[in-house]
Design a protein around this ligand. Structure first.
Ligand code: NAP
Ligand code: MN
Length: 272
C-alpha cells in the first residue's frame, strides 16, 4: 500500500510525520508522494484543504485521512495518540475481509470566464467565494440560465456540504449532510434597496442545477477557492455546480457527521 503525508509544519505535526513513516516502514507500507493510494494529512482542516488541492488530479485513485494536532477537525478526525492504530488500519486496507469504508463527499466545480473569453475550471472541497477588494461588488446571479437576482454587497459564498460547517456557517448557512449532492449559496452582507434585491436566505441547489455569477461593473475582485486567494480584475462570470467527481475519505471507524458537528460546535460528545 502506497501512502503520502502532508503536515502543517509545526513541531508536533512534524514529529508525528516522522513517527508515521517509521511505523509504516515497519509494516511494509511504501512512502510514495507521486502515486499514493492514501494521503494522510496531519494538522488541521486547513492542512486537509492543502492536501486536497495538491492531489486533486488523482481523486479517483486515492482516499484521504486526517489526524488533528490541534482541536478536533471535520476532515482531521484522528487524534495524535492514535497514530499506531491508524497505521494498523492502513495495513488492513488491502485485505478484502477488512473492507475499509470509504465515504464519498461532493465537491464544487467552478468555471471562471474572463472578459477575453478565456476559461478555467477549478474544484473546491470547502467553498468558492467572490468578494470585493475595494468597494462592494455588483453581480448578477442566474440559476439554470435564468436571471434570479442582482447582488450588491460584500460577497457570495458557494459551499459544498462538507464545507457547510466552515465559512458558510459564519454566514448563517445551513449545515448540510455530505451524503446530499448539493451546493449552497450564502450571501456576505447584501445591500437591499429598490435597485438591488436579493432573496436574503441561503439557497441550496441539487446536482445538475447551476449558478452563474456575472460581474456587473468594472471591479477588482478577490476569488477564493478553499484556502487559496487570488485578486482578479477582468472577470466575466463564474459558473458553479456540483462536480461530477467526488472526494473519498477513508473511514476506519465510524464518526458520523452530526457527532462531529455536535462536538465541534456544542462542545460535548464521546470523542475529542
Ligand atoms: P483558517 O483561517 O485557519 O480557517 C478558519 C477556520 O476554519 C479554522 O478553524 C479551520 O480549522 C476551519 N475549517 C476549515 N475547514 C472547515 C470545515 N470544513 N468545517 C469546519 N471548520 C473548518 O484558514 P485555513 O485553515 O486555510 O482554512 C480555510 C478555510 O477557512 C476556508 O475554506 C473557509 O471555510 C474558512 N474561512 C472562514 C471564515 C469565517 O468563518 N469567517 C473566513 C475565511 C475563511 P483548522 O484550524 O483545523 O484549520
Ligand atoms: Mn487553519
Amino acid at each position: 500500500m502506497k501512502y503520502a503525508v502532508l503536515d502543517r509544519g509545526d513541531e508536533l505535526s512534524r514529529q508525528l510525520t516522522a513517527q508515521l513513516h517509521q511505523l509504516a516502514a515497519e509494516r511494509g507500507l511504501i512512502h510514495d508522494n507521486q502515486e499514493p493510494e492514501i494521503v494522510v494529512s496531519i494538522g488541521g482542516d486547513g492542512t486537509m484543504l492543502q492536501a486536497f488541492q495538491q492531489y486533486k488530479h488523482r481523486l479517483d485513485s486515492l482516499g484521504f485521512v486526517g489526524i488533528h494536532t490541534g482541536h478536533l477537525g471535520f476532515y482531521a478526525d484522528w487524534k495524535a495518540d492514535e497514530i499506531k492504530e491508524l497505521v494498523e488500519a492502513m495495513c488492513e486496507q488491502h485485505d478484502e475481509e477488512a473492507h475499509p469504508r470509504r465515504v464519498e463527499y461532493p465537491l464544487i466545480e467552478l468555471t471562471i470566464t474572463y472578459e477575453n473569453g478565456e476559461e478555467e475550471t477549478h474544484i473546491a472541497l470547502n467553498e468558492f467565494t467572490i468578494k470585493s477588494i475595494d468597494t462592494t461588488i455588483v453581480a448578477q446571479i442566474d440559476i439554470n440560465d435564468e436571471l434570479f437576482e442582482m447582488f450588491r454587497g460584500d460577497g457570495i459564498c458557494i459551499s459544498t456540504p462538507s464545507g457547510s460547517t466552515a465559512y458558510n456557517k459564519s454566514l448563517g448557512g445551513a449545515m448540510i449532510h455530505p451524503t446530499i449532492a448539493a451546493i449552497q449559496l450564502a450571501e456576505i452582507a447584501s445591500i437591499n434597496n429598490r435597485v438591488f434585491r436579493t432573496l436574503g436566505s441561503p439557497i441550496v441547489l441539487p446536482k445538475h442545477h447551476h449558478f452563474d455569477i456575472y460581474s456587473r461593473k468594472k471591479q477588482r475582485l478577490l476569488l477564493t477557492i478553499d484556502h487559496v486567494n487570488r485578486p482578479i480584475e477582468n472577470l466575466h462570470a463564474v459558473r458553479c455546480r456540483v462536480a461530477d467527481q467526488n472526494v473519498s475519505f477513508v473511514r476506519y471507524r465510524p464518526f458520523p457527521f452530526w457527532n462531529r458537528v455536535r462536538e465541534a460546535f456544542l462542545g460535548y460528545g464521546d470523542q475529542t
